[in-house]
Write a protein that binds this ligand. Structure first.
Ligand code: PLP
Length: 455
């Protein structure tokens, strides 16, 4: 028997939307069809996707931030092939192998000295779950604080820390002991921490839903308050880590030294599921305190050797291509080119970002277009952003996203090797698309009506 003939299977696979709809999720395929995103994808490279007709699309979405080193990065691929060819031992389970230790060492070498141990997982939400469990056990406290509108993944523990009703409302009861405070409000945090019964404060350095940057002094203040009350400070770098904001980790912008740091997404170059919780030795030793507790938390596939090999190659790639510095420079360029849009268009309320995590927020225009804005907002709050995202894709072949449920915010997280010309192309297409969406031509109204009907 030979190996499975993937090339043959793919060539003869037929309509993947029909099959996906029949076997995986028909509602998702309906959404794709409604917004016109139902392309048949053939291949990808760097910051580009190609459909079967050979059209090239600029990927400003980056797989929700898992392609920091670019799609199908050849050096990550080589590392994976090498790991397969070496026939490394894989998971012995009752034994250890070299690759996880090497990646743990490489991660810690890039993190503040306070972080001394790594627990590998297979996703971001599992890294957060580990922070919740270990944080509770290490402090012998049960309460968990997180920020309103925060996002940390969709398994039940992470969901209990979620700050948006649209994710949580149908899945209760959530875990007990979870409370939320407004992002940016140190007084509210201090009030909650005063009782000295909070195990950890879990916070994104930049909130992914809507792309909200912290007010000056907030994260430093939150860290100080946590230290004062014996609460662990947990900074979720799942989306912001590995160069995304123009630093290896976003917390570096504010000189933070968290006790717990969940990471995931781009760590394996987008090839293999991966996640990790970086933590202080104090936390680790409080939980893994005896041979009896040597396996207190973990899962079968983590650490996975292919993920480890890809992780080592990804860290090297970030360094060798200076992707972190490149991201800082291009992020500045993107902001410089897009900030004037606030004055150019009444409908543009704000442009914000750090590195290549960027968003543009729309709001009701003061004069022209006000009635159209109100009409589409009535159909569905935030729908205007979809009126920009859809034509950016269909007419300009640029993939982007709406930044959250009912948010009039368009967000981008492109692969970091994107070029300056790509950024300029994006800005040109965005400007033309906003100008047209603001006039609300009939075709857009029709689209808005259909899109508002998605349920
Ligand atoms: N934390 C943050 C900040 C995220 O943005 C995400 C995913 O988008 C997660 C956690 C969950 O990661 P995963 O989707 O790998 O479970």
């Amino acid at each position: 028997m030979g190996a499975v003939d993937l090339r043959g299977l793919l060539a003869a696979s037929g309509d993947e939307h029909e099959r996906w709809s029949r076997t995986i999720n028909p509602q998702f395929v309906r959404v794709l069809r409604t917004i016109g995103f139902d392309r048949t994808w053939a291949r990808a490279e760097g910051a580009y996707l190609f459909d079967v007709d050979g059209n090239r699309y600029l990927d400003m979405l980056g797989g929700f931030g898992m392609y920091n080193v670019g799609r199908n990065n050849p050096r990550i691929r080589t590392a994976l092939i090498e790991a397969l060819e070496l026939e490394t031992p894989g998971s012995v389970q009752l034994g250890v192998t070299a690759l996880p230790g090497l990646l743990a060492e490489a991660l810690l070498a890039r993190a503040p000295a306070r972080l001394e141990r790594v627990l590998f997982t297979s996703s971001g939400t599992e890294a957060v779950e580990a922070a919740l469990k270990l944080g509770r056990a290490a402090t012998k406290r049960t309460r968990v604080l997180s920020a309103e509108h925060g996002f940390h993944g969709l398994t039940l523990g992470s969901l209990s820390a979620n700050g948006n009703d649209e994710f949580t409302s149908r899945f209760g009861p959530l875990l007990p002991g979870f409370d939320r405070v407004p992002f940016g409000d140190l007084d509210a945090l201090e009030q909650q921490l005063r009782s000295e019964d909070v195990a950890l404060f879990l916070v994104e350095p930049i909130q992914g839903k809507g792309v909200h940057l912290p007010p000056a002094g907030y994260l430093e203040g939150a860290q100080a308050l946590c230290r004062k009350s014996g609460t662990l400070f947990c900074v979720d770098e799942v989306q912001t880590g590995f160069g995304r904001t123009g630093r290896m980790f976003a917390f570096e912008h504010w000189g933070l030294e968290p006790d717990l740091v969940p990471v995931a997404k781009s760590l394996s170059g987008g090839y293999v599921p991966v996640g990790a919780l970086l933590m202080s030795r104090r936390v680790h030793e409080a939980v893994y305190d005896s041979m009896e507790n040597a396996l207190s938390h973990g899962s079968t596939f983590a650490p996975n050797e292919l993920a480890m090999a890809a992780g080592l190659a990804t860290l090297r790639e970030l360094d060798e291509q200076d992707l972190v510095g490149h991201t800082a420079r291009l992020g500045d360029h993107l902001l410089e080119r897009t900030r004037p849009l606030v004055d150019e268009f009444e409908v543009v309320r704000d442009v914000r970002g750090l590195g290549l995590m960027w968003a543009i927020e729309f709001g009701e225009p003061a004069s022209s277009g006000r009635l159209s804005w109100r009409m589409i907002e009535k159909m569905q709050p935030g729908l205007f952003a979809q009126l920009v995202v859809a034509p950016l894709f269909s007419e300009h072949h640029i993939l982007s996203q709406v930044a959250g449920h009912k948010l009039a915010v368009l967000k981008v997280l492109p692969p970091l090797p994107i070029g300056e010309q790509d950024i300029d192309d994006f800005v040109g297409a965005l400007t033309a698309t906003i100008a047209r969406a603001q006039r609300m031509p009939r075709s857009l109204t029709r689209f808005a009506l259909t899109a508002a009907g998605i349920r």
